[in-house]
Design a protein around this ligand. Structure first.
Ligand code: FES
Length: 187
């Protein structure tokens, strides 16, 4: 066949046989992908929580200074969390009451704690959101030794279970994990 009438064959420009057209096509696609990635980056980055938001969403608590029988209140996501270092007697009472007939929201104590000596509950009454009394020594802890809500009289036991009053459910247990025997990460 006459070389003038033969189909035009491009001369490879790379050792593996890529032609100039192939190269330009790849270069255009690559530029497009990179350009799209760069354009999307601020949007993708904005979907990640900022460092200060992450810090607020979880709270580390050192439990070592909390003596047996002591109660402390910490703030997590703007809410009070009651932390109780329960005594052997309180643990015994909480577990003995697992089958009590007056539990308004029946739940076993062991399903509300990770370690029986530590109880962590959100300190907000599940009725209308008042903060129950009982954290300070000598404050009203109600008939079951946990917390007493001064707003409408709900009472909670030492597992945070509602035993009396209009509150519809037990005090909420926040998500938490023990990082060591004496430190816990809430959230
Ligand atoms: S808010 Fe606690 S009993 Fe109503």
């Amino acid at each position: 066949m006459d070389s003038d009438t033969a189909p035009h064959a491009e001369t490879p420009i790379t050792p593996d046989g890529q032609t100039r057209r192939d190269f330009l096509t790849y270069a255009t696609v690559a530029t497009g992908v990179i350009g799209t990635g760069l354009a999307l980056w601020p949007f993708i980055a904005s979907m990640n929580p900022s460092a200060d938001t992450l810090a607020l969403s979880s709270t580390a608590v050192d439990l070592a200074p909390v003596a047996v029988g002591q109660r402390i209140t910490i703030t997590w996501r703007g809410k009070p969390v009651f932390v109780v270092h329960r005594t052997a007697d309180e643990i015994k009472r909480a577990e003995a009451d697992d089958k009590a007939s007056d539990l308004l929201d029946p739940q076993r104590d062991e399903d509300r704690v990770h370690k029986s000596e530590w109880l962590l509950v959100v300190g907000i009454c599940t009725h209308l959101g008042c903060i129950p009394q009982g954290q300070a020594p000598g404050s009203n802890r109600g008939e079951w030794g946990g917390w007493f809500c001064p707003c409408h009289g709900s009472q909670y036991d030492i597992s945070g279970r509602v035993r009396h009053g209009p509150a519809p459910r037990n005090l909420d247990v926040p998500k938490y994990d023990f990082k060591t025997d004496s430190s816990v990460q809430i959230g």
